[in-house]
Design a protein around this ligand. Structure first.
Ligand code: GRF
Length: 207
């Protein structure tokens, strides 16, 4: 059984996709051990509670120094028996120290086709605003392993979504979520649960 810890900051629609995937059997052999938000009012926490999942708020603002925040996070995840950390709309930049504690066992969902429209400052609606400003015809979402950089770890799965004339950042975000994010994040978790991810020269493959 794969126990995951889901880190959230907002509405939790990606968390909901994971909850639904476990419920309908599209994600096998997986349980959510804990959901942790940096924001106390995040609706993602409500989604967790509605589904009987342990939910905590741990905010870096509540800790005198970054290592104390790291310790609080790693402690809560370890206590919950987590072996895979899933960043699902999580907006805190994790320290190298935290990443090294879960080396190779952290994944993130990003709402673009990395390496486009990613890195510092590219999150949430800002990504889709830049996609529309540049006039690209295809965007999408990416699930990747998290390393010490921002959106720089090995890409595991991507899914393309057409940009439509008249799209707003909001309509595009909704389509990318529905057609890409909520599909590939559960699929990657399922693949990890079934030990179907391989790394060759830092390139990830789903077998
Ligand atoms: C989404 O755009 C997701 O791609 C990004 O954070 C936003 C909110 O996600 N990572 P959620 O609804 O909180 O899962």
């Amino acid at each position: 059984m794969l126990t995951i810890g889901v880190l959230v900051s907002g509405g939790g629609t990606n968390l909901q996709a994971i909850i639904d995937g476990i419920g309908n059997g599209s994600i096998q052999g997986t349980r959510i051990g804990i959901v942790i938000s940096n924001k106390p009012g995040a609706f993602a926490l409500e989604r967790a509670k509605q589904n009987g999942i342990r939910a905590l708020t741990i905010s870096p603002k509540d800790y005198a120094d970054p290592s104390a925040y790291d310790d609080a996070m790693t402690g809560a995840l370890r206590e919950a028996g987590v072996s895979l950390v899933v960043l699902a709309g999580f907006l805190v930049v994790l320290s190298e120290r935290f990443v090294s504690c879960f080396a190779g066992r952290i994944i993130n969902i990003h709402p673009s086709l990395i390496p486009s429209f990613c890195g510092n400052g590219y999150y949430g609606l800002k990504v889709h605003e830049q996609v529309l400003k540049r006039g690209v015809k295809v965007t999408g979402a990416t699930v990747h392993f998290v390393d010490a950089g921002t959106d720089t770890g090995p890409i595991i799965m991507q899914r393309a979504v057409a940009v439509k004339r008249g799209d707003t950042p909001e309509t595009l975000q909704k389509r990318v979520m529905e057609e890409a994010e909520w599909v590939i994040l559960p699929a990657v978790i399922n693949a990890i649960a079934q030990d179907r991810i391989r790394l060759e020269d830092n390139i990830a493959y789903v077998i």
